[in-house]
Design a binder for this molecule. Sequence first.
Ligand code: HEM
Length: 394
Amino acid sequence: MDFQSAMTSLFSAEGRQDPYPAYDVLRGHAPIFQAIDDRWFVTTHELTSRILRDPGMRVSDAGDYDEFWPDWQENRGVAAIVQSMLQNNPPDHTRVRRAAASTFTARRVAAMRDVITRQAGELIEAMPDETDFMTAFAYPLPIGVICALLGVPDTDMPWFRRQAADLTVVLEPISTEEEMRAADAAARELENYFIGLIAERQRHPREDLTSALAAAGSGLTGSELLANLVLLLVAGFETTTNLLGTGLRILLDHPDLASRLRSDPGLAPAFVEEMLRYDSPVQLASRFTSAAVELDGRKLPAGSALTLLLGSANRDPARYPDPHRFDPDRPNVQPVSFGGGAHYCLGAPLARLEAQVAFPLLLATLPGLALAGVPEHRDRLVLRGYATLPITTG
Ligand code: HEM
């Protein structure tokens, strides 16, 4: 494959089924290069990590949207994400992130272990002999866990899940008009729902994250609170679903490794880190240069747009020898799958915990677990994962 066909492949539906051969070609071409609309693409682990941590880089924020899409606030799905910390820069980002991080603590995440174990157990219990793993487990678990975290009652969960699924498309740079309309409608419903929940928790606080965030003095304005509650839902749902789906597929493809994990659940953290590296649930991140900068000998003017190919960075042979091999014994695995620097994924400990609980439980409860058909990837640019993963539970 030459450079041009690698770029074409990356932006085609077939190429996206397996982007790794194209990443190899692009990384071999250069750590950073300019293509498509003058955008800069970054391919290596070293440069990606450096850019993510560089305070001279910024994310696109409300001010940028005002310029290139004056009506952006009319689509509430887009507005929720643009007004959330994901698309805030300092000083707003620093303030909002601090408020959110002070409530979304390690203690709160650790306390979710029992909830995750119970929910995962119930989903496994309810699985028929032949099923689609995505529908039966990978979609319901993360949304159930987020609902529990936020204090959304179990009875509202199916409704919540439908809205969240419609909203996820706002994380993608390319979508259809119909998808955008559905995202807008879902965001409006969710905003109304959260307005009710916030008011209720301000009157009668509980132990949940909504109560903590809504507490007076959390440092967030009303619209920031709303946008970031919606963000938690969007950012924590399909990403974790994809980790569960790709992770299970890896285990089914490597029965020897799966039986190691079955007999030693203490290996789960190492398996999950390697799963995140091997097939990152988030494939792209975007940044802009705040000022002119030189990267790997290329001069980028202020305002240059960068696309960081996270999936390529994770398979960089300069950082991970024999990168296309899944190897849970690999030392020093630090994938860029959760980003890095100021915007490092706030939910990373929760996503890790869900996967670390789920895989050993699945292997222990369903010893005959096997693939029962050909899995299909969803055709998405940013979020990589399966649309269907047919399994038999044995
Ligand atoms: C940010 C990945 C799960 C909440 C991010 C970013 C990445 C990411 C790559 C940074 C984006 C950037 O720098 O432009 C993932 C992956 C997950 C996952 C791969 C699952 C395997 C979760 C969960 C939650 C969550 C479970 C919460 C319930 C957030 C939030 C941010 C974020 C709030 C924004 C942080 C900021 O801008 O300061 N995530 N995420 N994520 N994630 Fe996650």
